[in-house]
Design a protein around this ligand. Structure first.
Ligand SMILES: C[S@@+](CC[C@H](N)C(=O)[O-])C[C@H]1O[C@@H](n2cnc3c(N)ncnc32)[C@H](O)[C@@H]1O
Length: 434
């Protein structure tokens, strides 16, 4: 970017392509690290824009805009509004991000001062959104396998003034959930590679989501099945972090196989997490999931779909919440023992020890391998296999029976840990602390 003299990633897009990127409304996410929604509204009004209350009044020629009715930090402009040269965008006070892509951070709801992870983070729009909601306080662990996209994440989140992101260029599936470093991680945003079939806005296709480069393609043959297995393994892996209590799972795909069916398969494969209730998942948004792929109508009402006719890209978001609280202190004590290589310290009390044993028992069950043998909860790299006790998974019988493994990329564009390929070394490409 520096070499080309571009000010932002959108500047790298040929002008001809920018003209085609006007199919949907233009959404402006206010970066709460830098400013407030009211302050941004004032600036636009000073610049000659009129604040209106009805979407029917949005008209590009009349310079109008409005607050978004579902997301408190988002403003809506008519299709075709050119904002990438606006000073608020250039200085990082606002981010140009499709509304649907702003939903996951609102579903995961990370609190200021807490710890969160972003499993497939680059180029980082949702990572910086979480940091904005966290008021730049706490820690966000951002993982991505693609070093080029990770570099973009570092640039974009630096521009957005994020100071609490620690990036690691590696497969999320190789991250050890029991590493003490992640013992406080309570929130997980999962936006893994997908078919990209929901993307209608060329600009978003180029700067925001889907896979690791290339164009969205119509899925062929088993590609969707491979993506679904990979997506499920990412969710199951995030569920192994002991303190994680809230997860958002999203795709920019319109296919049931990557959306409702993956959620149904995850619900069938474990019982630590359930679906977040509808009132916690963008409750004002009318379009919900479809009762297909194994989801009941009640479950489908808990997840969100968006379509181009809603003025956004096609997108899907689901929230998972831990059903029972984990005994984080017991887990921490246990981890301390393992990592220090010395005998277990006396637990604070007998009940805590019992609780701790129960927690491990649960984990052993959770980590059971496909043949039913315990994989061992304290393995350095626990295999993200899916417990196959509940084989009536709706993902499809074949897949549920074979259990998801994360040992190889399911299809071109999706990223597991590549067999036969050299793995990217686990490394911290940038660590920014407060
Ligand atoms: C849909 S994009 C993420 C977009 C990002 N969340 C955002 O909003 O800017 C999916 C990302 O997952 C990454 N990825 C694929 N396989 C991965 C894996 N096993 N571990 C971590 N990241 C992976 C890809 O490199 C790609 O950057």
């Amino acid at each position: 970017m520096v070499e080309t003299g571009a000010q932002s990633i959108e500047d790298l897009i040929p002008l001809a392509l920018r003209d085609t990127a006007t199919a949907t409304f233009r959404y402006v996410r206010v970066n709460l690290i830098a400013t407030t929604v009211d302050a941004v509204i004032e600036v636009f009004i000073r610049d000659g824009f009129k604040l209106v209350e009805d979407v029917k009044m949005l008209n590009v020629n009349a310079h109008r805009f409005m607050r978004d009715g579902d997301l408190s930090d988002v403003l809506v402009f008519p299709p075709g509004t050119v904002l990438h040269l606006h000073p608020l965008y250039v200085d990082g006070s606002v981010v140009l991000q499709d509304k649907a892509s702003c939903m996951p951070a609102h579903v995961v709801q990370p609190q200021p001062g807490s710890e969160a992870l972003d499993a497939c983070a680059a180029p980082g729009n949702k990572t910086s959104h979480m940091v904005s909601l966290m008021a730049n306080k706490g820690r966000v662990h951002a993982f991505d396998m693609d070093s080029r996209r990770m570099q973009t994440l570092v640039e974009l989140t630096t521009k957005a003034r994020c100071r609490i992101i620690e990036t690691q260029c590696m497969s999320f599936l190789d991250v050890d959930p029991l590493d003490p470093k992640y013992a406080q991680v309570e929130y997980a945003l999962l936006d893994p590679s997908c078919s990209g079939s929901g993307i209608v806005n060329r600009m978003d296709a180029l700067v925001d989501s889907y896979a690791s480069g290339g164009r969205p393609q119509e899925p062929q043959g088993g590609r969707l099945a491979g993506l679904a297995e990979f997506q499920m393994s990412i969710i199951m892996h995030a569920m192994r972090f002991p303190a994680v209590k809230r997860i958002s799972y999203s795709t920019c795909s319109v296919h049931v196989e990557e959306n409702e069916a993956v959620v149904a398969a995850v619900l069938a494969a474990q019982d630590e997490f359930g679906l977040a209730p509808a009132e916690q998942v963008i409750p004002t948004w009318k379009r919900r999931g479809v009762a297909e792929g194994g989801l009941t109508p009640e479950q489908a009402a808990c997840v969100v779909r968006t379509l181009p006719e809603d003025g956004t890209n096609g997108f899907f978001v689901a929230g998972f919440v831990r059903q029972k609280p984990t005994d984080v202190e017991a887990t921490r004590l246990h981890l301390q023992t393992i990592w220090a290589g010395r005998p277990a310290p006396q637990a604070a009390s007998e009940p805590a020890q019992n609780q701790h044993q129960q927690t491990n028992q649960k984990k052993r069950e959770f980590n059971k391998s496909a043949d039913g043998k315990p994989a061992g909860p304290m393995k350095k790299k626990p295999k993200p296999t899916v417990d196959t006790r509940k084989q009536n998974s709706s993902l499809n019988g074949q897949r549920a029976r074979s259990a998801v493994t994360a040992s190889g990329p399911p299809a071109a564009g999706a990223g597991g840990t590549s067999k036969g390929k050299k793995r990217p070394k686990r490394r911290v490409t940038s660590a920014v602390t407060q």
